[in-house]
Design a protein around this ligand. Structure first.
Ligand code: ZN
Length: 332
């Protein structure tokens, strides 16, 4: 097994100026024997300084970050910065082009595939490139997500709680500076199969966030993603003007698995709450209806703790075990 990536690029990460090019992942198929999957990448660099790494399209059906990063790629000029910005707006390109969470090529969920493998599937090779080539260059990593086709979210930026206190503190400082209207702290641990968990293992401050959902593009989520990207660059000193003015954010946390509610049966899920509602332990979360057996009463499912509904399943049809809602708790 080889340890180095097979992905090649004509981008030179050390060259000053602005380059918008592709990462080429060799992919030999019937219609293209020596073909590659061309994943867009942009590098804007000017002299020495910190490196910001911004990615979206890790899940292909999550759009706010994809658009925000494309806009930043066109707007950012090398002569106005100090340091380096690496941007990949459609990281799992096959999924992004198909508008799907997972890759249509190998079924891979990129955000469960880190640290990946240079000899693995297409999705594992993308994860390996990010982990082995890009994370070692980065001072700050922000991977933009949303609920995708299956979940609707109260938009927020987030950071995970990993094992390293110093890395956690840098992530929390970046989250507070990003200052989305809602900031969320995932406290159940930083799963190293996820991109932020993998970055944090390499000592990189890492943010995520759910900027909308339902397979749509949330206008408010896009606006604060774009604003937050500029705030990151000023905070790092990559853009001039000093650190941005502090701004209030509603700080929330997901402390444990009891925040999540799952469908008890397959059917049509009728939610009993709206996103943003406050609920108490034992409150009705929703009911599953059986339209193929109307004499059967619906099955109710209840919240397991107090909290704020920040996420709900988007499509009404559900299978047993689907996450139908999750809560977060106000911190301050
Ligand atoms: Zn996602």
């Amino acid at each position: 097994m080889q340890s180095r990536t097979r992905i090649w690029t004509e981008v030179d990460y050390e060259r000053d100026g602005k380059q918008v090019d592709w990462l080429h992942l060799p992919h030999s198929v019937t219609r293209s024997a020596y073909g590659t999957i061309a994943i867009p990448v942009a590098v804007v660099k000017n002299g020495e300084g910190p490196t910001a790494l911004f990615t979206a399209g890790n899940h292909g059906d999550e759009y706010e970050g994809q658009v925000a990063i494309c806009n930043l790629i066109r707007e950012l000029r090398a002569e106005t910065i100090r340091g380096r910005v690496i941007m990949i707006p459609a990281l799992n390109l096959p999924a992004a082009l198909a508008g799907t969470r997972v890759s249509p090529i190998d079924g891979g969920n990129l955000n469960r595939s880190f640290p990946g493998s240079p000899d693995g599937t297409v999705t594992q090779q993308i994860a390996h490139y990010v982990d082995s080539v890009l994370f070692p260059m980065a001072d700050l990593f922000h991977d933009f997500h949303s609920g995708g086709g299956s979940l609707a979210y109260l938009p927020f930026a987030s950071t995970h709680e990993g094992p390293d206190k110093e890395v956690n503190a840098r992530g929390m400082a970046a989250l507070r500076n990003f200052a989305a209207p809602v900031s969320l702290h995932w406290r159940q641990g930083a799963d190293p199969r996820y991109s932020p968990g993998a970055a944090m293992k390499r000592g990189v401050a890492a943010l995520g966030g759910e900027f909308g959902g339902g397979g749509s593009l949330n206008r408010a989520g896009l606006a604060f993603a774009e604003e937050g990207l500029i705030r990151h660059l000023r905070f790092l000193g990559i853009l001039p003007g000093g650190a941005p003015e502090p701004r209030p954010t509603r700080m929330m946390e997901v402390p444990d698995q009891a925040c999540f509610v799952y469908a008890p049966d397959a059917g049509v899920f009728e939610p009993a709450t709206e996103i943003g509602d406050g609920v108490r332990k034992g409150d009705l979360c929703g009911r599953v209806h059986f339209v193929d057996d109307p004499a059967r009463p619906p099955v109710s499912v209840f919240f397991k703790r107090d909290g704020i509904v920040v996420c709900q399943r988007h499509p009404a049809r559900c299978e047993r075990g689907d996450c139908v809602a999750h809560l977060a708790l106000d911190v301050d």
